[in-house]
Design a binder for this molecule. Structure first.
Ligand SMILES: [Zn+2]
Length: 242
């Protein structure tokens, strides 16, 4: 059993390597995802600003059309004035012209305000587009870097998996499944050394009776407090704890 557990300890080294590298890869993928989300959000902001611009511009166009129309009316009324001799009719026409003028001066103010607003929206879009371009340019470079890193990790993990297979082929299946269960539950430490009578997984003292069992190493011994598989290095002389 001792040999088996020592092989298991070797397997754990490889599994930890795989676990660590996989964790790093997850982090990098998360970084890529976050950045792409940021870029997408910026694109959406721009699209929304453009839609707001178009909406406002439609209002401006409509008001502009109205302004032109009313201006034409005012000109037409003024021309008509020259042909009217009746004072009452003239007065009425003059009142109409004044009303058109008043309405058009309000329209003109609205148009100026709208055009100013459109300018502001336009400047905002331009600024956002510049931010996006910068973001995308930086990201293209960084992304290549991250992807190269990920490829490197993938290769290392695939090599480790091959090594793992070779090691695992020397172990009994039920021992591996037991180990794997503890490995996942105990955050990557399933097999621990007992040094100086202390479990190196949870740092609790191992009872003397169990210590004897571990030295005999006839079966799989678990730490009574953390449930990890215990072993001691047979090539190192260890003293029995007092
Ligand atoms: Zn323990």
């Amino acid at each position: 059993m001792r040999a088996q557990i020592e092989i298991l300890a070797t397997l754990q080294k490889v599994d930890r390597e795989i676990k660590e590298k996989t964790g790093i890869k997850q982090g990098l993928l998360g970084e890529i995802q976050a950045k792409e989300k940021e870029i997408l959000a910026k694109k959406q902001e721009i699209a929304e600003a453009k839609a707001a611009y178009a909406e406002k511009d439609k209002v401006r166009q409509e008001k502009d059309r109205l302004f032109q129309e009313e201006s034409k009316k005012a000109v037409e009324r003024r021309m008509r004035m020259g042909r009217i001799k009746n004072a009452k009719e003239l007065q009425a026409l003059q009142r109409e012209i004044d009303q058109i003028k008043q309405a058009n001066s309000e329209l003109e103010e609205e148009l100026i305000k709208l055009m100013e607003e459109l300018e502001t929206v336009k400047a905002g879009i331009k600024a956002k587009e510049e931010e996006l371009a910068k973001l995308q340019e930086e990201w293209t470079r960084k992304r290549d870097e991250l992807q190269a890193q990920i490829s490197g990790i993938d290769q290392a993990v695939s090599e480790a998996a091959t090594r793992r297979q070779t090691i695992a082929s020397q172990l009994a299946g039920d021992l591996i499944s037991r180990y794997e269960l503890i490995f996942s539950r105990r955050n990557g430490t399933a097999v621990v050394e007992v040094a100086g009578g202390i479990c190196q997984g949870c740092y609790m003292n191992i009872p003397p009776q169990l210590w004897n069992e571990i030295i005999k190493s006839e079966k799989v011994n678990l730490c009574p407090s953390c449930q990890r598989i215990l072993y001691y290095k047979s090539n190192v002389t260890q003293e029995k704890p007092a």
